[in-house]
Write a protein that binds this ligand. Structure first.
Ligand code: DMJ
Length: 621
C-alpha cells in the first residue's frame, strides 16, 4: 500500500495519510474534490482499508476525513497547500468559464451581440441611477422649492395671446428641425439639413439641447422638454478630450443646466452643472487667478486666444462667470466656485482704470492691462451686465458689484455715449483715447441693462437711466428699420455721413442675434410702452420672411440686399435667447418676474438668492 501511494506522496508532500480511525467526520469526498484533489482522492479511494484513529489536528494542519464503508480515511492537509489548491481551482474554473463565454459569443449573431451590449449599457445606467438616488453624486441633499414665476398666466389680450402662440410655433419649427437633422450635435445647418459643429465647445455635444431646455420649459413644451432631459441624462458627457471656450461653455452649458434645474427640480441638471463647473476650475490656475479663455477639460491645460493682445484674457469672458459660479457654490455647498470669481473682482479693483474705463484685455500672468481698447459690445459687454446682475441676484446685498457697475456706467456716459446729428444716441468704442463711432449689434443689449439698473441708480438718476435705455432701444430699432430686411446688421456706424447703417460689407450680416429684442423686452417690462411690443412684432415678421426656411432658421449674409443669402446656421442662442425674449415680450409680467429672477447673458434665468431665505451667503464671502 505504501508503495502504491509513494509517487503521489512525493508529488504532494503536504498531504499525509494516517492509518488511524476517525473521531469526527470533517469532510466528504465531494468537498475534497471541490478543493482540487480530484486525482489524488481517486487514489485514496483505492485504499479503503486504513485502520483506526485520526490524529487530532494541530494548528498548522487541517484534518479531512472521508467516510468509507467500514472505516474512514483521514488525511492531514497543510493549510497553505489547501489554500493554494483552492486558488488554483478557482483560476482554472474562471478560465474555463471565460473560454465557454467566448465560444458562446463567437457563435452569436451580430444582433444578439448588439442586444447584449445594449443590456449591459442599460444595467450600467441603472446602477448609476441607483447610486445617484442614494446620493452618490457627492452633492449635499437639497430640498427643491420652485422659485416664484416658473410658469405664468395666459395673456389676457387675445392679440397678444395669438402672437405669443406664433412665437411658440417658431420655437417648435426650430426645435423639430434640429431634432430631425442634427439631434445630439451642437447646432443645425438648416439649409443643408445636417449638424453644425463649432469649435467653441470642443467635442462637448448637444449645445442646442442644453441651451433650449429652459425655453421649452417656460413655453410648456412638455414632450420636448422630456426628450431633451433624457438626452442630457444619457448622452451629455464632459469626459472628453476637448479644448473649449470657458466663457461659451459657462454661459450656454452651465447656465442652461442651472436654469433647467431651478425650473424643473430635476436632480440630473444640478449634478451635470456642478460636474461641468468642476471641469472648468483648472482655467483659474494662472498667476493672478484671472482665468484662461481656452481650456482642455481633460488635461486641465489652459491658454489664451492667440489674437488677444499680448496673451491677454478677455474682459467679457472672465467677467461673465460670476452669476453661474455663485449658483454652483449655492447648489454644491463648495465655496471654491464663488471664491474664484470673487478673486477676479479683487484683481480688477487693485488696478488703475484709464478714465475709469475697463480695457478689454488683461494679462493673466502679469495682472496688467493689454491694449487700451474699451467696448460695451464684443469683448466687453457682459462684464458690465454681470456687475449689475450680481448685485440684483444677491437680493441687493453685493455692494461691491453695485458700486463697480454704477461707477462703470458713469465712465461710459462721460467717455463713450454720444448723440448723432440726427439725434440718435449711441455707444462708441474707445481706442487709446480715440473714439470709433461704431456700435455693434451686441452693444444693443445695453438698453435693457440701463433700464434694469435704473431702480438702484445713485443720485436720483432712476429716470435718467430709463431714458438711456429708451434712447439705445430707439437707435437699435433704427438700425433694423434702415435695412431692406428690417433685421439689424452686425455693426452700424455714425460717421461718413451715415447714421445707424453698416458701411462695410463684412458688418452687414445678421446671425439671429437677440440683443435688440432683449432690450425691447426689458423696456416693455419696465415701461409698458406698447411700441416695444410693436417693434418686437416687426422683428418676428422679418424673421419669418427672411430667416425661416424649411429646415429651421438661418442667419443672413447681407440685410441690405433684397435677396436672401443664408449663412446656413441656426445658432443655439436663437432658441435660448431670441425666441425666449420674444415669448417674454408677449407674456404677462408674472412669468419669470424680475424680483425673483435674473437672466444670465445667454438668457438663462437664475433665481435671486433672497436674503430672507438665508440664501446669499455666497455673495458675502
Ligand atoms: C450670446 O451667446 C450671448 O448673448 C453673449 O453674451 C453674446 N453673444 C451671443 C448672442 O449674440
Amino acid at each position: 500500500m505504501i508503495a502504491t501511494l509513494l509517487p503521489w506522496w512525493l508529488n504532494l508532500q503536504a498531504i499525509l495519510i494516517n492509518r488511524f480511525s476517525c473521531r469526527e467526520q470533517h469532510s466528504s469526498y465531494a468537498e475534497l474534490v471541490s478543493q482540487g484533489f480530484r486525482a489524488h482522492s481517486r487514489l485514496l479511494l483505492h485504499h479503503k482499508h486504513f485502520a483506526n484513529q485520526c490524529l487530532p489536528p494541530n494548528t498548522d494542519q487541517t484534518v479531512r476525513c472521508i467516510p468509507m464503508k467500514r472505516n474512514c480515511l483521514c488525511i492531514n492537509l497543510w493549510r497553505k497547500e489547501v489554500e493554494q489548491a483552492a486558488l488554483l481551482e478557482r483560476i482554472r474554473a474562471d478560465h474555463e468559464r471565460a473560454l465557454r463565454e467566448a465560444k458562446e459569443t463567437l457563435q452569436k449573431l451580430p444582433e444578439e451581440i448588439r442586444r447584449d451590449i445594449r443590456q449591459d449599457k442599460e444595467k450600467l445606467l441603472q446602477d448609476a441611477r441607483g447610486r445617484k438616488e442614494a446620493g452618490a453624486s457627492g452633492l449635499p441633499q437639497r430640498l427643491f422649492r420652485q422659485p416664484v414665476g416658473a410658469v405664468g398666466q395666459e395673456p389676457a389680450d387675445p392679440t397678444v395671446r395669438q402672437r405669443r402662440d406664433k412665437i411658440k410655433e417658431m420655437m417648435k419649427h426650430a426645435w423639430d428641425n434640429y431634432k430631425r437633422y442634427a439631434w445630439g450635435l451642437n447646432e443645425l445647418k438648416p439649409i443643408s439639413k445636417q449638424g453644425h459643429s463649432s469649435n467653441l465647445f470642443g467635442n462637448i455635444q448637444g449645445a442646442t439641447i442644453v441651451d433650449a431646455l429652459d425655453t421649452l420649459y417656460i413655453m410648456e413644451m412638455k414632450e420636448e422638454f422630456k426628450e431633451a432631459k433624457e438626452w442630457v441624462e444619457k448622452n451629455l458627457d464632459f469626459n472628453v478630450n476637448a479644448e473649449i471656450s470657458v466663457f461659451e461653455v459657462n454661459i450656454r452649458f452651465v447656465g442652461g443646466l442651472l436654469s433647467a434645474y431651478y425650473l424643473s427640480g430635476e436632480e440630473v441638471f444640478r449634478k451635470k452643472a456642478v460636474e461641468l463647473g468642476e471641469k472648468l476650475l483648472p482655467a483659474f490656475n494662472t498667476p493672478t487667478g484671472i482665468p484662461w479663455a481656452l481650456l482642455n477639460i481633460k488635461s486641465g491645460i489652459g491658454r489664451n486666444w492667440p489674437w488677444a493682445s499680448g496673451g491677454s484674457s478677455i474682459l467679457a469672458e472672465f467677467g461673465t462667470l460670476h452669476l453661474e459660479f455663485v449658483h454652483l457654490t449655492h447648489l454644491s455647498g463648495n465655496p471654491v466656485f464663488a471664491e474664484k470669481v470673487m478673486n477676479i473682482r479683487k484683481v480688477l479693483n487693485r488696478l488703475d482704470k484709464p478714465e475709469g474705463l475697463y480695457p478689454n484685455y488683461l494679462n493673466p500672468s502679469s495682472g496688467q492691462w493689454g491694449q487700451h481698447h474699451v467696448s460695451i459690445g464684443g469683448l466687453g459687454d457682459s462684464f458690465y451686465e454681470y456687475l449689475l446682475k450680481a448685485w440684483l441676484m444677491s437680493d441687493k446685498t453685493d455692494e461691491e458689484g453695485k458700486k463697480m457697475y454704477y461707477d462703470a456706467v458713469q465712465a461710459i456716459e462721460t467717455h463713450l455715449i454720444r448723440k448723432s446729428s440726427g439725434g440718435l444716441m449711441y455707444i462708441a468704442e474707445w481706442k487709446g483715447g480715440l473714439l470709433e463711432h461704431k456700435m455693434g449689434h451686441l452693444t444693443c443689449f445695453a438698453g435693457g441693462m440701463f433700464a434694469l439698473g435704473a431702480d438702484g441708480a445713485p443720485n436720483d438718476k432712476t429716470g435718467h437711466h430709463i431714458e438711456l435705455g429708451a434712447e439705445i432701444a430707439r437707435t437699435c430699432h433704427e438700425s433694423y428699420d434702415r435695412t431692406s430686411m428690417k433685421l439689424g446688421p452686425e455693426a452700424f456706424r455714425f460717421d461718413g455721413g451715415v447714421e445707424a447703417i453698416a458701411t462695410r460689407q463684412n458688418e452687414k450680416y445678421y446671425i439671429l442675434r437677440p440683443e435688440v429684442i432683449e432690450t425691447y423686452m426689458y423696456m416693455w417690462r419696465l415701461t409698458h410702452d406698447p411700441k416695444y411690443r410693436q417693434w418686437g412684432w416687426e422683428a418676428v415678421e422679418a424673421l419669418e420672411k427672411h430667416c425661416r426656411v424649411d429646415g429651421g432658421y438661418s442667419g443672413i449674409r447681407d440685410v441690405y440686399n433684397n435677396h436672401e443669402s443664408h449663412d446656413d446656421v441656426q445658432q443655439s442662442f436663437f432658441l435660448s435667447e431670441t425666441l425666449k425674449y420674444l415669448y417674454l415680450l408677449f407674456s404677462e409680467d408674472d412669468l419669470l418676474p424680475f424680483e425673483h429672477w435674473v437672466f444670465n447673458t445667454e438668457a438663462h434665468p437664475l433665481p435671486v438668492l433672497h436674503k430672507d431665505d438665508g440664501n446669499n451667503e455666497e455673495n458675502q464671502k
